[in-house]
Design a protein around this ligand. Sequence first.
Ligand code: PLP
Length: 440
Amino acid sequence: MLERREFIQALGAATLAGWAHPAEAGPLPVYPDLIHRALCPEAPPLPSDQLFRRSSETYWSELRRQFLFRRGFLYLNNGTVGSSPLPVVRAFLESVLREEQLENDDTEQYPLWGYGRWDAYRRPMAEFIGAELDELALVRNATEGLNYVANGLDLKPGDEVLTTDQEHPSGLEPWRLKAKRYGIEVKQVELPIPPTSKQQLLDFFEAQRTTRTRVLLVSHVTTTTGVVLPVRELCGWARQHGIFSLVDGAHAVGMFPVNVKEIDCDFYVSSPHKWLLAPLGCGLLYVRNDVLDRLWNTLATAEWDNREIRAARLQHFGSTNMSLLVGLKAAIDFWRAIGPKRIERRIRDLHAYLKGRIADFPGAELHSAPGEEFTGGILAVNFPRLDRMKLQQWLYEKHRIRIRGTSETRLRLSTHIYLNQADLDRFLAALEEYLQSQTA
Ligand SMILES: Cc1ncc(COP(=O)(O)O)c(C=O)c1O
């Protein structure tokens, strides 16, 4: 922690910078009160378990004070990126302020992530997803992890990668690059919207399997419809047929508890800056111990060929900002302080409420499945005659509600812990207003 005097000096400098160059701070000026909230030593405490037991709605409303959102702004798009809570922002910023002084008793030490093991940060992340320390590399986002796997596996022309039609470009494109460069094949299973059973999904994959199928790539939660795929069953099926399994868990970590050993995949990738609310620029790449030696590095610098450091060789990518790791660890601590199960329940309850209400809207086509088996925190709903981009812009300009979609007509709505039922009602009323204005 910063000493109080140092903190006040830092705050003064940051405040001046905020006033002097508001335009450089991005679309919103960084007013001193925001800087003060982010850095002030007296952060609001987390609401208590007692409060949760007494009134869970009050608990969640109290918890919202942990976020930097301005009053009246609603955010429903964790599918792209989340907002870090104050303890995470503060841990990150304090680390930046401390480390920028570049003093260290050990004169070989610098605040660089990109050459070292950083076990103090890697270990809690590994524990959080049920991995061994040796099997986890901290990378900068899911895109990086997904590319490392596609680039790192030896495949021959004609070898096949089996995936779905709902993958994010960061999952699919690395394999398409490999297809163009090395002549492998990429096959996409068309996922039913919504799926009806796990067996139905397994049958779709089995129907496309050939003797050349080498890799299975599936999202844990897809980016387009938010469907939660039965990754344990799919990876089991892949293992049975000697196929590598790669799970793109960009959305899953933080949305619900993830255990890579239970899933029993070969590779698991995520972007904790989405649902775990870590600072932007945090990613993870899990590689099962047995397959680690079959994965080549994409980037080579010191120790790229040191097999003894296991997955850590994959996080050797040159100098970058280790304060992000401090923020990542703070995000895990925040999660544990509230309770992953409690968070999952809240995300699912809000999702169920929104799904129930929106299903009754005229013209709404639910692309998310009913119930919980195939859903988590992302709701996909299609309005065939809607111009999604116009609605998205209108919602922000008129109501300061931020959403996103995954086609010209489909909305993708995230229900994270900073929302409550009244917020969702406000969003629904605004949506209704817009839809009515279009039919009038
Ligand atoms: C399923 C999925 N995979 C990968 C990514 C890429 O994530 P990042 O941009 O954090 O690398 C996204 C981003 O939205 C995604 O939705």
